[in-house]
Design a protein around this ligand. Structure first.
Ligand code: ADP
Ligand code: MG
Length: 386
């Protein structure tokens, strides 16, 4: 970047944090911006932070980034200016080297999501350089995530760099054997991920609602379980592709079932997958399966994980997820495993297990993480390389 003293740097961050009233309920994303924003300010740049916030149809106080400013200033431990989209050019011109400002919600412009050249130009006029630090928004080709990289000298921020490095280590240039855990609720939205993964990994571990559809494809009667029966043909295609690629698919052979979906239900029991009764549903994988999967992880060098193994929000259906997450964390601490996890519910489950900090890398990106697992080029990243 060279000398950036007095240069106006447009930094795309993801300040789209959850809020209750005036309170930010999870400031992970604000903290993630610290390395880039403080480094730029300390190097004498005028730091202009761009972000979306919510999904505004029209500008509203509710979706104004003015709401986030106080919490952001607290996280940075420095004053943060707020600049709205009226008189912004003059407000930016009044800033001094080392100052930090949050610009108003980029989605207040209809052209943001359309990547409209006029909106790109509107943003670009405020800055001399562009830094994209928001991996979680990089799967979208919007004006502030993609367009700006084509009209200003463009760089990756520190958090973006760290994320890309970790992901490259986990799938791009991984140490084998590699295991992938894919669980969660929806087979349909993760089919492309699975198709890509069978070519990349040695072990594909299927859990969660996803496992029910795979078991059904193998002729198991999953009774009342969450299952996408219309996708069985597609799942058969994944088995074939896995065989061809010498990828082993691991399905549970025991499961935790119950007649009702409730915390610690009276009808709770563990059984073989072939013994699920007509009025029961599978809500977690069983202890024997969990132990077998732990043994698989012990033979692996790399793990990538998306999707919980059971309905982890409701006890005791978090048991398998917590146990396998603890195994992965211990192996990572021992230095025998590189572990990368991502996805909204997955991160929540790892936090619940108390092991998120012990994984090599936990991506807070949901959609971008999945698209990366699918092997897609993320437009925001591709534009930086361009
Ligand atoms: P992520 O957000 O990490 O990508 P998903 O959104 O795909 O994960 O899946 C998470 C959801 O899957 C959780 O709400 C969890 O309760 C649900 N789930 C997992 N296993 C089961 C199951 N056997 N039956 C019903 N729901 C399940
Ligand atoms: Mg989810």
């Amino acid at each position: 970047m060279g000398d950036i003293t007095g240069k106006r740097v447009l930094v795309r961050e993801d300040l789209n944090v959850p809020m209750e009233g005036d309170r930010v309920t999870d400031d992970t994303r604000l903290r993630a911006t610290l390395p880039t924003v403080t480094e730029l300010a300390d190097r004498g740049a005028i730091v202009l932070v761009l972000s979306h916030f919510g999904r505004p149809k029209v500008p509203s106080a509710d979706t104004s980034l003015a709401r986030v400013r106080p919490a952001y200033a607290a996280v940075l431990g420095r004053p943060v200016n707020y600049i709205d989209w009226e008189g912004d050019a003059a407000a930016v011109a009044a800033l001094q080297p080392g100052d930090i400002a949050v610009l108003e919600n980029t989605r207040f412009f209809g052209g943001e999501e359309k990547n409209d050249p006029a909106t790109v130009a509107r943003f670009a006029a405020l800055g001399d350089l562009y830094v994209n630090d928001a991996f979680s928004a990089a799967h979208r080709a919007h004006a502030s995530t993609e367009g700006l990289a084509h009209v200003l000298p463009a760089f990756a921020g520190r958090a973006m760099e760290a994320e890309l490095d970790a992901l490259e280590k986990a799938l791009g240039n991984a140490d084998h054997p590699v295991a992938a855990v894919v669980g969660g609720a929806k087979v349909s939205s993760k089919l492309d991920v699975l198709t890509h993964l069978v070519d990349k990994v040695d072990h594909l571990i299927i859990g969660g609602g996803m496992a029910n559809t795979f078991l059904a494809a193998r002729g198991v009667d999953v009774a009342k379980s969450l299952c996408e029966h219309d996708l069985i043909a597609t799942v058969e295609g994944i088995f074939t592709a896995a065989d061809r690629a010498h990828c082993t698919i691991h399905l549970p052979y025991d499961v935790v079932v119950s007649k009702e979906f409730a915390a610690n239900p009276p009808s709770l029991r563990t059984c073989n997958v072939h013994e699920v009764a007509a009025d029961e549903m599978i809500l977690d994988i069983g202890p024997a399966a969990t132990e077998a999967l732990a043994d698989v992880l012990k033979t692996c060098r790399t793990l990538v994980w998306n999707g919980p193994l059971g309905a982890f929000e409701t006890p005791p259906f978090d048991t398998a997820t917590v146990a396998l997450a603890k195994t992965a964390a211990a192996l990572t601490k021992d230095g025998s495993l590189v572990s990368v996890a991502g996805g909204g519910d997955t991160v929540a489950a790892l936090n619940q297990a108390g092991v998120a900090d012990d994984f090599s890398f936990v991506s807070t990106a949901g959609g971008a993480f999945l698209e990366w697992m699918e092997g897609k080029q993320l437009p925001g990243v591709a534009a930086l390389k361009h």
